[in-house]
Design a protein around this ligand. Structure first.
Ligand SMILES: [Zn+2]
Ligand SMILES: [Zn+2]
Length: 201
C-alpha cells in the first residue's frame, strides 16, 4: 500500500473510474464481517461482498468492522490478488471516541480519514464540543439512523469546520451495501485526510 500510493490505488481500479468527473461512488461505512458472521473472509464470502457492491453500481467500499481493522485488510488482499482488483476496498474500523462512533479509514501513504458515524446516536449532549481537529467528516445520512441525525446541526457544523458530509449504508447485511453512498474523488478524501497530522488509534 505504501509503495503504490494514490496513483496505485487509482490505476488498480478496473471499472467506473471515469464518470467524466473522477468522482467515485463509495459506501464508506459497512460491516461485512458482521453481515456474514465470519471474521476470516473466504474467497467465496469476498465474492459475495464484491457482487453486492457491484449490484448497486458502486466503485468501492470501506470495510469498517467494530474495533477490527485486520478484517478489512484481509478482504482487500483477496480482492487484489484473487479477484483482479475489481472493486476498490478501503480498510477501516469503527471505534468509540467518548460518546461518538468514529469511523477510521486507512488511506494510502499512511494517512487516515476519520468521520463521525450517525452523529446523534448514541445521543450526545453537545455534538459541537465533541468534534475535535482529528475529525474530517460527518455522516449526514445513514439508513438505520436518519431519524437520530439532526440534519440542520450537522450541515452547520460541517460548514463551520469544513468537514465532509457523507452518506453511507452502515450495512449489517450484504444486501444493504450501497443503500446510501457518497460520490467523491479519491484525491479529495486523501487531501482531507492529510490536512491534520494526527496519531493512529
Ligand atoms: Zn456505530
Ligand atoms: Zn457502523
Amino acid at each position: 500500500m505504501r509503495a503504490s500510493g494514490l496513483s496505485g490505488i487509482r490505476s488498480s481500479l478496473s471499472s467506473g473510474v471515469n464518470r467524466g468527473n473522477g468522482r467515485l461512488k463509495l459506501d464508506l461505512h459497512t460491516h461485512c464481517g458482521e453481515a456474514t458472521s465470519l471474521y476470516t473472509p473466504t474467497l467465496d464470502i469476498v465474492k459475495q461482498i464484491v457482487a453486492a457492491a457491484k449490484a448497486r453500481g458502486l466503485d468501492g467500499i470501506a470495510i469498517t468492522e467494530h474495533y477490527n481493522r485486520a478484517y478489512g485488510y484481509k478482504v482487500k488482499e483477496i480482492v487484489e490478488k484473487q479477484l483482479h482488483d475489481e472493486l476498490l476496498i478501503i480498510p477501516g474500523q469503527e471505534i468509540d471516541k467518548g460518546p461518538l462512533h468514529v469511523v477510521v479509514l486507512y488511506l494510502p501513504d499512511d494517512s487516515t480519514f476519520r468521520f463521525v458515524g450517525h452523529p446523534g446516536y448514541p445521543p450526545v449532549k453537545d455534538l459541537a464540543s465533541e468534534i475535535d481537529d482529528s475529525i474530517h467528516g460527518l455522516e449526514i445520512r445513514n439508513p438505520t439512523h436518519d431519524d437520530d441525525i439532526d440534519g440542520e446541526l450537522v450541515r452547520r457544523l460541517a460548514k463551520e469546520r469544513q468537514l465532509l458530509l457523507l452518506s453511507n449504508s452502515d450495512a449489517h447485511f450484504l444486501s444493504d451495501i450501497g443503500k446510501y453512498y457518497t460520490e467523491i474523488e479519491l484525491e479529495e478524501l486523501c487531501a482531507r485526510a492529510r490536512r491534520v497530522p494526527n496519531s493512529k488509534p
